[in-house]
Design a protein around this ligand. Structure first.
Ligand code: LLP
Length: 379
């Protein structure tokens, strides 16, 4: 990382490597061209408007989880017909926002929601396309806070209630059943859960067809993981393997599409949190690098025990290596970025990069301790 480009920037801030984002999008394009796979970007991962514009310019759709995300997606150039809206607790105001923008699909998460959406759509004089979000009961083998497809999760409609839900949607004059929606979790680094998901989808499709229900698309959700340990060796996820797993296991009819909504895999590796060393504190047993970024800027280590690769980007190549704990300034003992990190001997004023922070970094920043929300630089 050439730190000259960071001169004059107020730390901490997020740095986004535009070229890497473009190459990531190139790879998605190359792997999906000519296939029935339509890719949506999960805005929740990072809603920085300039990044959204880069992504929308490539023709991707948007997966939104709030009325504000829908407004922002439209403002940043996403085609409303490619905007999908998911969420277990959509408010009436948010649903109306979606209806008025004429978004492409509402992902319905409960039987109760069908009536609510039907009434609001009818009041607005609109016909809303819906996908039923089904809980496929699959273990995605990821962190318990980010697994979503198990029976006990709050997400989606239980498999046993699918037929009832389909019937209800068909009964409504203001709803049109477009497809089914699934999402099994996030940061999934093995292909097996995606393969099992396709099997569940195929079974369900056969079952619904027997009852005369034809669907236009299946949305397999997001969840493709990134390599947090080796961001330089694996800057772009293995999209080829991911799309092949889905496309070769899902059973599609002619004209049926498969949709996915990736967040982390698109923006994760292009972002780093850049922070300045406030001081190096020598404890009795350990030395601490205290940086000016904290869990308010990047909460993933404190919340999920996640580790973002830490680099001293100011140190010269021959600096001796020492062991440090790297911590933030916030009054919480969980405000720790790394323990026993091997880093070049570090001094006050040097810059440190927390890598692979493009997804769920700035998006989850807060003003805890009355701190500023970090700025950003895209270059
Ligand atoms: N679709 C749905 C319905 C989702 O709930 C999510 C993420 C995605 C798509 C995008 O998933 P992705 O491709 O980014 O894995 N804050 C956590 C991650 C929470 C993910 C929530 N849902 C983290 O920092 O690891």
């Amino acid at each position: 990382m050439d730190i000259k480009i960071f001169e004059g920037e107020k730390t901490p801030f997020y740095y986004y490597d535009r070229e890497l984002l473009e190459r990531t999008l190139d790879s998605i394009e190359a792997c999906t061209a000519g296939t029935p796979m339509k890719v949506h970007y999960a805005i929740k991962a990072n809603a920085t408007p300039e990044l959204l514009r880069i992504i929308s310019a490539r023709g991707l759709g948007a997966d939104c989880v709030s009325g504000n995300e829908i407004d922002l997606a439209v403002e940043c150039g996403f085609d409303p017909s490619k905007i999908y809206y998911a969420g277990v607790g959509k408010t009436d105001e948010e649903i109306v926002t979606g209806l008025r923008h004429g978004i492409g699909c509402f992902n319905i998460e409960s039987i109760e929601e069908i009536d609510i959406l039907s009434q609001l759509a009818s009041k607005e004089g609109k016909k809303a396309t819906v996908a039923l979000r089904i809980n496929p009961n699959i273990d995605a083998h990821t962190h318990e806070y980010i697994t979503t497809g198990l029976k006990e999760n709050k997400f989606g409609i239980d498999l046993s209630l699918v037929e009832e839900a389909v019937r209800k949607v068909k009964e409504s004059d203001s709803l049109d059943l477009g497809g089914l929606h699934f999402h099994i979790g996030s940061q999934i680094t093995i292909s097996e859960p995606f393969r099992i998901l396709c099997e569940r989808i195929n079974e369900l499709k056969t079952k619904l067809r027997l009852n005369g229900t034809e669907l236009r698309f299946f949305n397999v959700g997001g969840g493709l993981g990134i390599d947090y340990d080796h961001p330089d060796e694996n800057p772009i996820p293995d999209f080829r393997a991911y799309f092949d797993t889905i496309l070769s296991n899902i059973d599609l009819d002619e004209n049926q599409e498969v949709h996915c909504e990736l967040g982390r895999a698109i923006v994760g590796q292009c972002g780093s949190l850049i922070s300045k060393v406030v001081l190096v504190k020598k404890g009795l047993e350990k030395s601490f690098i205290i940086v000016d970024a904290g869990m308010s800027d990047l909460i993933r280590p404190a919340l999920y025990g996640a580790h973002h690769k830490i680099e001293n980007i100011s140190a010269g190549p021959d600096t001796p290596i020492k062991t440090y704990d790297v911590v933030g300034p916030i009054c919480e003992s969980s405000d720790v970025f790394g323990k026993d990190e091997l880093l070049p001997e570090t001094k006050r004023g040097e810059l440190v990069a927390f890598r692979s922070a493009g997804a769920y970094g700035s998006a989850m920043a807060s003003r805890y301790n009355m701190r500023d929300i970090p700025g950003y630089l895209i270059k």
